[in-house]
Ligand binder design. Structure first.
Ligand SMILES: Nc1ncnc2c1ncn2[C@@H]1O[C@H](COP(=O)(O)OP(=O)(O)OP(=O)(O)O)[C@@H](O)[C@H]1O
Ligand SMILES: [Mg+2]
Length: 250
């Protein structure tokens, strides 16, 4: 569904992504793990079009059945996301729940969720997705009129994920959903990630909590200073001594 082929991203002269290649297949949970500053957020921001890729290509299959413009000749890998503006990438069904939550502090929970669906015209679908978000996060339903900025950290994280789901994405990019949460809530968030995936949404999950991420993921990639240094099935990465030492604290 998503292919990154030798993607390079810079901040001015700083070479943050040094030729990243990865793929996410339809229906998978894929995790990208790595330490602070490895380039995880940069990778998600490059996919979503917030940052430009200076070299390489990003491909997306824009329809599930091989229809859509991806089925045109010469587009076997999908359509190019790199150099596409962020709002067009979002419209194709790529939705990001950003690091540090970045919800709208002055807008209510209800308004934040509505912002996630602002580009949609299928009001029945929007209503169904709102119900789905309330089922996943009953807490949000109880706090519909509360300003986003006054929610607890965990509730803001729920709202950020809920808002991303309101665009009815084909692929959800999650940037450190467990950051700053108490252990019990961390378990809950990962359980919800599983549920979202089981309902048919493909997920690319960025995490520093490598253990929990590899437990929900099908496959994983390890990022170190802008390079992918390891990749494989999540259970084989969990069992890998190099991963255990560097990322699992074992
Ligand atoms: N706006 C920016 N200007 C300059 N350098 C930046 C900018 N944003 C990120 N970087 C640098 O790019 C590198 C990758 O940063 P990135 O935010 O992608 O890391 P990360 O893996 O998400 O880390 P963390 O786990 O701490 O969130 C870092 O060296 C960082 O200092
Ligand atoms: Mg980050």
């Amino acid at each position: 569904m998503l292919i990154l082929d030798s993607v390079h991203t810079y901040y001015g002269h700083i070479h943050a992504l040094k030729g990243i290649s990865l793929r996410v297949n339809e229906g998978e949970v894929v995790t990208l793990i790595g330490s602070n500053g490895a380039g995880k957020t940069t990778t998600l921001n490059t996919i979503s079009g917030v940052l430009p890729a200076r070299a390489g290509a990003i491909y997306f299959q824009d329809s599930p059945q091989g229809g859509g413009s991806s089925s045109l000749p010469g587009r076997e890998n999908g359509i190019r996301l790199d150099r596409m503006p962020a709002h067009e990438v979002a419209r194709l069904g790529v939705s990001q729940s950003p690091e540090g939550r970045k919800i709208f502090a002055r807008l209510s929970v209800q308004e934040n969720l509505a912002m996630g669906a602002f580009a949609r015209t299928d009001s029945d679908g929007v209503r169904d997705d709102l119900e789905r978000v309330f089922e996943l996060f009953p807490r949000l339903k109880e706090r519909l009129s509360q300003p986003g900025g006054t929610l607890s950290g965990g509730e803001q994280q729920m709202l950020a994920i809920g808002r991303a789901l309101m665009s009815s994405p084909r692929i959800l990019l999650l940037d450190e959903p467990s950051m700053g949460l108490a252990p019990l809530l961390v378990q809950q968030i990962f359980q919800i990630i599983r549920e979202i995936n089981a309902q048919g949404t493909t997920i690319l999950l960025v995490e520093q909590n490598a253990q929990a991420a590899l437990q929900v993921a099908d496959r994983g990639y390890v990022l170190e200073t802008g390079n992918i240094v390891l990749s494989g099935a999540a259970d084989s990465l969990l069992a890998n001594p190099q991963v255990a030492e560097a990322y699992l604290g074992i």
